[in-house]
Ligand binder design. Structure first.
Ligand code: ATP
Length: 250
């Protein structure tokens, strides 16, 4: 039996006058990279917020690492990176991370109670050793987003939820970040990574395709291409959208 880090059942979320998620059921397998793909406004951020337990939901259930989403005990077991970098510009990279380590109750040198990743280790993981003592306000955009990722890695979370972490990064940095994700998964971390860049689909072990707040399909990159006969993930997604549109019309 495959071990699931996240189980979402019949989830429904209404935000304002929009049904942001409707009847969403999916699982995120442990120790894998799952890509959450869909166009802008399809509900990716809302789903991630529900998994983190910070989203008011109208119906359904979300179980994370065996507990209800939002349970206190989950706080240190999940790392989250939002689209807006939440770091202090007037502190250096290391100062920011030491601050977040304290907030999380992580020992900045070797993790909580001696376990997990500390500041030096996460700085190395995201390739910012050269910028360790630089003010965050003077970093490039790509470096800045890697500081947020480093903060999310403190203490070795079991689940990493990353909302469009590669937006605005050049191809070299994107490559570097994806190899970091692969290494983390190989070491047992579960990653849920959202993107609206379909060519990132091939880098994931599994895929969840969202459209208009509904799961279009939960699949793998190979199966997606095989099923649609499309040459690229982007073309496959468009083919599925066209199919779903035909069904809606029936
Ligand atoms: N605070 C809010 N109040 C009302 N509607 C909202 C709110 N936040 C999001 N929505 C709506 O919910 C839907 C899903 O939004 P969500 O941010 O989850 O999409 P997304 O797939 O993450 O988009 P993007 O790729 O552009 O970030 C959209 O139609 C959006 O307009």
């Amino acid at each position: 039996m495959m071990n699931s880090a996240v189980v979402v059942r019949d989830l429904r979320v209404v935000r304002g006058s929009t049904t942001a998620l409707d009847d969403v059921t999916l699982t995120v397998p442990a120790g894998r990279v799952t890509g959450l793909l869909g166009p802008s406004g399809s509900g990716k951020t809302t789903l991630m917020r529900a998994i983190l337990g910070v989203q008011v939901v109208t119906g359904g259930s979300v179980t994370v690492l065996g507990e209800d989403a939002g349970s206190r005990g989950l706080r240190r077991r999940i790392g989250y990176v939002t689209q807006a970098p939440s770091v202090y510009e007037d502190l250096t990279v290391a100062e920011n991370l030491r601050y977040f380590a304290r907030v999380l109750g992580v020992n900045g040198r070797g993790g909580r109670h001696g376990g997990g990743r500390g500041v030096d280790e996460v700085v190395t993981t995201v390739g910012l050793r050269g910028q360790r003592d630089q003010l965050v306000g003077s970093l490039s955009g790509g470096q800045l987003s890697r500081v947020s990722l480093a903060a999310a890695l403190l203490g070795s979370p079991e689940l990493l939820v990353l909302d469009e972490p590669t937006v605005g990064l050049d191809p070299v940095l994107r490559e570097a970040l994806w190899s970091t994700f692969r290494e983390l998964a190989a070491a047992g971390t579960t990653l849920l990574v959202s993107s609206h860049v379909m060519d990132e689909a091939n880098r994931c072990d599994g895929l969840v395709l969202l459209r208009d707040g509904r799961v279009l399909t939960q699949t793998t990159p190979d199966e997606l291409l095989g099923r649609t006969g499309a040459p690229t993930a982007e073309a496959a997604f468009l083919a599925l959208v066209a199919d779903a549109g035909t069904e809606d019309d029936r």
